[in-house]
Design a protein around this ligand. Structure first.
Ligand SMILES: [Mg+2]
Length: 323
């Protein structure tokens, strides 16, 4: 954890009395903090949104929108809801301090305040906020790693199934079927045997890059395992999914893999069918179509089923019976 430095922290002070602002401002200034000010609740909300302070010192009693209403508004806005708020209260406001905590304030100081105490509370809450942010970042990273294939940076199989089941549910409920596109690099074992595993890994990473660049924003693509990749295409008719697969097939063929010769891939495309029991049913058909593509000579797209309209897409697409 990096050492605490007051000059890295911006504090917003909101108070309707200029004199209070001056006292608090010079105190925070002397401790090394950067400061910004507001003289009303409305101004404090605006200032918090634009300046993104690390902490807010908020006067409880202000004309117009008071401190409590300001706090409530700040906690409702996604940009400002995580900024710690310390209330500045008069001793007779004690009853309302509980309301302040209820609204999400982290602390309060009573006027007339003890300088050292105020600075100690400010520092404590800034440090707490930072620790919390770091924890959130670490947690987000753990979550990211849990759904990511480490070699390619694409989603992993577990995440593909999670998204796939969601798509399955969505299609069952609202229609507009999804498609599954499965691809397998042709003769990948030969690449590994000829050039070594480091080159094999580079081919997988390049394929991942090519997939990301070629697929649409709404498509979800991941590494299914080994040299096999799977993409989920939400709300996409089969013919369109085949077009996407053909585009990918060509992109991979043309992609300049820095460390080895031409790479090709075989594709299996399948769509959701009414009566499917789970996402897995569609995956199974895409897998069958993929193996058909392999059997028919590789570097091609196959579908599993009877979509006559797509048979005209070059190169030959072999429709196979559902096995
Ligand atoms: Mg006041």
């Amino acid at each position: 954890m990096i050492a605490f430095r007051p000059d890295d922290c911006l504090i917003l002070v909101a108070d309707d009395l200029a004199q209070n602002l001056q006292v608090l401002g010079s105190l925070l200034d002397s401790a090394g903090y950067a400061t910004t000010f507001a003289t009303s609740g409305t101004q404090a909300i605006e200032r918090a949104k634009t300046a993104r302070p690390d902490l807010i010192l908020l006067d409880l009693m202000m004309p117009g929108i008071d401190g409590l209403q300001t706090c409530a508004a700040l906690k409702q806005e996604p940009q400002t809801c995580k900024i710690p708020i310390i209330f500045i209260t008069a001793s007779h406001d004690k009853d309302r301090v509980l309301d302040a905590f209820e609204l999400g304030a982290v602390d309060y100081v009573t006027k007339p305040f003890e300088s050292k105490e105020l600075l100690a509370r400010v520092k404590t809450h800034l440090e707490l906020k930072r620790a919390k942010d770091e924890l959130e970042r670490a947690l987000a990273e753990v979550e990211r790693l849990a759904i990511t294939d480490p070699l390619t940076g694409l989603f992993n199989r577990r995440y593909l199934y999670a998204i796939g089941e969601q798509e399955f549910e969505r299609t069952c409920r609202y229609g507009a079927p999804f498609c599954v596109l499965m691809l397998d690099l042709d003769r990948f074992k030969t690449i590994n045997d000829t050039y070594g595993h480091a080159v094999g890994d580079e081919v997988l990473r390049s394929t991942a890059r090519c997939l990301r660049q070629t697929l649409r924003q709404s498509d979800v693509v991941g590494r299914f395992g080994g040299e096999e990749f799977l993409a989920i295409l939400p709300s996409t008719p089969l013919a369109q999914a085949v077009t996407v697969a053909q585009r990918l097939r060509k992109a991979i063929t043309r992609y300049s893999f820095s460390s080895c010769d031409r790479v090709t891939a075989s594709f299996g495309v399948a769509t959701y069918r009414p009566g499917d029991r789970s996402f897995e049913s569609t995956v199974k058909r895409a897998d069958d179509a993929l193996y058909q593509a392999k059997r028919e000579g590789r570097d091609r797209v196959c579908t599993c089923g009877d979509c006559a309209a797509i048979l005209s897409f070059p190169p030959p697409i072999i429709a196979v019976e559902n096995s």
